[in-house]
Design a protein around this ligand. Structure first.
Ligand SMILES: O=C(O)c1cc(=O)[nH]c(=O)n1[C@@H]1O[C@H](COP(=O)(O)O)[C@@H](O)[C@H]1O
Length: 231
């Protein structure tokens, strides 16, 4: 059960992100660079994390026309990131074109992941965007589309992991944010699961931000999660 935790470095400056990274051990966890940090700091923060030995999940959730997304993912692949994501609702052509372009260019492929339904959304939020279905139904539909498109896995809530595990190939990755140790604040997350339950139910990677980064002792908080999932 090695390196299942991906720590979300959701900070406004490179200095803060690297200060947190310097407290983390790249042999125990991976890190995620998301929209805030990347928009402020750009590729240099990814380079710095690579130099420190971290696998980086570049979480920019691309969602655009196939040509644009494929070339953005090519740029991420050339940066050498470990994992990168799009919104699955961008569709099959967008994901297929991405895989095709990476194959044509012969670059080493990062893990290609597609977000299904954001963990901050519940059924009423889906209704608001015209999708009057329970989140799990939309997650199932988009996971199958993602697999068919040649991507490696999806982002979903670990609440959907058991049903997806019976639906997709065993090697298809389930990346699950919305992780909250019992008793922790849920913040803006709606579909939350504890670290232990997420792993038990078939998650491959747990994305954890505030429960670690806002903890009084982030290193201890990370270790507690690692111990919980290894128990
Ligand atoms: O793709 C993601 O990483 C992601 C997808 C999703 O559905 N929900 C979600 O929370 N995330 C990211 O996962 C992290 C969760 O952070 P915390 O809620 O602080 O643990 C954030 O950086 C989000 O951007």
């Amino acid at each position: 059960m090695n390196k299942r935790v991906v720590v979300a470095l959701d900070y406004p400056t490179q200095a803060e992100a690297l200060t947190m990274a310097s407290r983390l051990d790249p042999s125990l966890c991976r890190v995620k660079v998301g929209k805030e940090l990347f928009t402020r700091c750009g590729p240099s923060v990814v380079e710095s994390l690579h130099q420190r030995g971290f696998d980086v999940f570049l979480d920019l959730k691309f969602h655009d026309i196939p040509n644009t997304v494929a070339h953005a993912i090519l740029a991420a692949a050339e940066m050498g990131v470990w994992m990168v994501n799009v919104h699955a609702s961008g569709g099959q052509a967008m994901m297929e074109r991405t895989v095709e372009l990476l194959d044509q260019k012969g670059v080493e492929k990062p893990l290609l992941i597609a977000v299904t339904v954001l963990t901050s959304m519940q059924q009423s939020d889906l209704a608001g965007i015209g999708l009057d279905v329970p989140p799990v139904e939309q997650v199932k539909r988009l996971a199958l589309l993602t697999q068919k498109s040649g991507f490696d896995g999806v982002v979903c809530s670990a609440q959907e992991a058991p049903v997806l595990r019976s639906l997709v190939d065993p090697s298809f990755k389930l990346v699950t944010p919305g992780i909250r140790p019992s008793g922790a604040s849920s913040d803006d997350q709606k579909r939350i699961v504890t670290p232990k339950d997420a792993i038990r139910d078939g998650s491959d990677y747990l994305v954890v931000g505030r429960p670690i980064t806002q903890a009084e002792d982030p290193v201890a908080a990370l270790q507690k999660i690692i111990d919980e999932i290894n128990a």
